[in-house]
Design a protein around this ligand. Structure first.
Ligand code: NZQ
Ligand code: ZN
Length: 388
């Protein structure tokens, strides 16, 4: 097992009716920016719950944070916070609102051009240099409610870039599984597939001696396979909803990546597809993931075989046969979750995508991705072309 430090200061508040606890969780005598997205919170009652819990608190509202949050929009909130002397931010929404708030939090006191946070992928570690924030999660998927990472899109350059740092954990996150009742089916499907792929990025590498991490990862995958199709059909089923929400958090709150190698190349390539074609984040992962496993088969086959056996009960006479079946099972699961796994099924204009992505990665110096740094530009090209 590799050496590790486990640090996660987020106060995770889970369950029905927990939004009422907001009054005790936010700092006293502090002006708050309530940040939200396109307005779903007004239709499903979440806004009303938040307002009821924060009666008497001085609040300024900032709406309009887009799915795949935009730098240009977030900078408007940065200006408001500077002008209005706001001391705390409350993100009410899904991964996009929470990620957006992480950027806002880091940018307000940033000494320099805030775009550098993204372009230079700065690590934000100094807790005194950020605006503290909490979240009310409305969409289980990203794990952003309990991690310190974020992904922001710059409109001007069509770039989708990640950043983060230990100062950017939410102070608290309220996670009430009943919020998914109002989610469109498409978003529930996305959430399951995003969480599933988060686990895969931290698990599907090569065999290590991290026995517990493997089994933690497999248990999350098994649970998602068990509940995924059902929760998309029956979002009011609390057993399914609560397990979904907890799985999505556990998939990316840092725990399962401790002491093991990680990949993340599916995400890096997927972000380009969202930046170029605005394909939903999870859907890009369903397009790229299985083909990445095919192209990187030789380095991943042992773990693929273990995953196939333990998660899908596949059988076979060789590592290769089991690994092959595991990829097929993965793709079949994604189809069951409503994913269209070819790029051409998600966008009409896809010619030249591989050239574009390879050039961009080379310009950024991303020439050795994956757990063994062997996902080279040639491999990226092969993966993307295989996904057309
Ligand atoms: O904007 P509103 O009106 O709120 O509507 C949203 C949005 O249209 C809607 N929605 C959210 N909760 C709802 C709801 N509609 C009805 N009822 C509810 N309870 O759903 C739509 C999608 O929301 P969004 O926040 O964009 O989805 P998600 O949570 O999947 O977040 C995706 C973003 O997170 C990033 C992705 O790249 C993408 O930008 N990620 C963040 C990560 C992290 N911070 O660790 C890791 C992930 O890998 C991912 O990259
Ligand atoms: Zn993701």
């Amino acid at each position: 097992m590799l050496n590790f430090e486990l640090y996660n200061p987020t106060n995770y508040v889970f369950g029905k009716d927990q939004t009422a606890k907001l009054a005790d969780l936010v700092p006293k005598n502090t002006k708050i920016l309530l940040a939200y997205g396109g307005g779903s919170i007004f239709k499903n009652g979440v806004y009303d719950q938040v307002k009821a819990a924060l009666t008497g608190v001085e609040i300024i509202e900032f709406g309009g944070i887009e799915p795949n949050p935009r730098y240009e929009t977030l900078m408007k909130a940065v200006e408001i916070i500077r002008r209005e002397n706001i001391g705390f931010i409350l993100a009410v929404g899904g991964g996009s609102v929470i990620d957006g708030v992480k950027f806002i939090s880091a940018a307000v006191k940033f000494d320099g051009n805030p775009m550098d946070i993204l372009h230079k992928r700065l690590l934000i570690k100094d807790i005194t240099q950020v605006i503290p924030f909490g979240t009310v999660l409305t969409l289980p998927a990203t794990g952003s409610e309990m991690n310190s990472g974020a992904v922001i899109t710059i409109n001007e350059t069509q770039e989708k870039l990640s950043f983060g740092g230990s100062a950017l954990f939410p102070r608290f996150s309220i996670c009430d599984p009943t919020v998914i009742e109002s989610l469109p089916k498409r978003q529930i499907q996305n959430g399951i597939v995003d969480a599933f792929t988060h686990v895969m990025e931290q698990y599907l590498t090569y065999p290590t001696d991290a026995l517990l991490q493997d089994r933690l990862a497999e248990s999350i995958l098994q649970t998602l396979v068990e509940i995924g199709p059902g929760v998309a059909e029956n979002p009011t089923d609390y057993k399914l909803a609560s397990n979904f929400m907890w799985c999505a958090t556990m998939a990316l709150n840092g725990l399962i990546q401790k002491g093991v190698p990680t990949d993340w190349a599916t995400h890096m390539i997927g972000h380009e597809l969202t930046a170029l074609y605005e394909i939903d984040h999870a859907r890009t992962l369903a397009i790229i993931g299985p083909n990445l496993y095919r192209v990187m088969f030789d380095t991943k086959k042992e773990k693929l075989a273990q995953y196939g056996e333990r998660v899908f009960n596949v059988q076979g006479n060789s590592i290769e046969e089991k690994a092959q079946k595991a990829i097929e099972k993965t793709e079949a699961f994604f189809h069951k979750m409503g994913m269209l796994t070819r790029l051409s099924e998600n966008t009409e204009q896809y010619e030249g995508t591989a050239d574009f992505i390879v050039k961009r990665f080379e310009e950024r110096g991303w020439v050795a991705m994956g757990e063994q740094q062997n996902i080279t530009p040639e491999k990226v090209r092969e993966i993307v072309e295989m996904s057309y």
